[in-house]
Write a protein that binds this ligand. Structure first.
Ligand SMILES: [Zn+2]
Length: 238
């Protein structure tokens, strides 16, 4: 029989300090079941501990999810070993806003690594991250043809993620389908006030060469309107 209308108390030893205290509970099948196992002195610290453990578990679970998103080679970063730590610092100085960032410069300056470190920080703060590299883009036209539903779902995630990152998307000449994907992503995201990140090895001139020119100019203009450009410190550039 359960009689839970009125709280019933029974003297029980605290599960932490063993001091007897009046534990609230109820009789279930003639057995007293205590709802509370800690005295009022121990309870705040016990609750705090439980809260910390829950937060730790959530953090570990999120770190696990991060390993599914971030390429293995970019999971760890040692700032001291970077060719231009100031580039890394300037990327990390970004704080979440609709204005994204273009990290441009020659190969070997840890541009991609710096971006992934920032994405990790934002992801751990609870934000969603969607990233594409040149390889993903090269596979895009085939996906649109053979798996349109999957391509649709991916595009939706690209336009709605809290942060979108395109890593060196202009490595090779882009097909019209891939150009279109990048334009739609940039257009849609800027209208939703969601930031885009790019890392480029290209200068503006080579981007113009690799995109169909009318679109390329609009694309560059759009990027300049909605992102700040960060470049390696001249002294460290080789
Ligand atoms: Zn106690």
């Amino acid at each position: 029989m359960i009689t839970a209308d009125q709280p019933i108390y029974q003297t029980r030893p605290c599960a932490e300090c063993k001091t007897p205290f009046d534990a609230p509970g109820a009789f279930v099948c003639e057995r007293f079941i205590a709802w509370q196992h800690f005295c009022t002195t121990c309870l705040p610290a016990v609750r705090e501990n439980q809260e910390r453990e829950r937060a730790d578990l959530a953090r570990r679970q999120r770190e696990g999810k991060w390993l599914e998103i971030c390429p293995a080679e970019f999971v760890t970063i040692d700032r001291r070993l970077l060719p231009d730590p100031s580039l890394f610092d300037r990327v990390q100085a970004w704080s979440y806003s609709p204005r994204g960032m273009v990290v441009a410069g020659e190969t070997g300056m840890a541009k991609t690594r710096s971006c992934w470190a920032l994405l990790h920080r934002e992801f751990m703060a609870g934000r969603s991250v969607r990233a594409l590299n040149a390889y993903d883009l090269a596979r895009w036209p085939a996906m649109v043809m053979s798996e349109p539903a999957r391509a649709d779902a991916l595009l939706k995630r690209i336009v709605s993620a809290d942060i979108f990152y395109a890593d060196d998307p202009f490595k090779s000449r882009l097909s019209a389908t891939v150009e279109e994907l990048l334009f739609v992503a940039l257009d849609e995201r800027t209208s939703r006030k969601l930031p885009c990140f790019f890392s480029f090895n290209d200068s503006a001139a080579t981007i113009l060469e690799r995109l169909s020119t009318d679109r390329a100019k609009a694309f560059l203009r759009r990027i300049r309107d909605f992102a700040d450009v960060v470049k390696p410190t001249p002294a460290t550039a080789k």
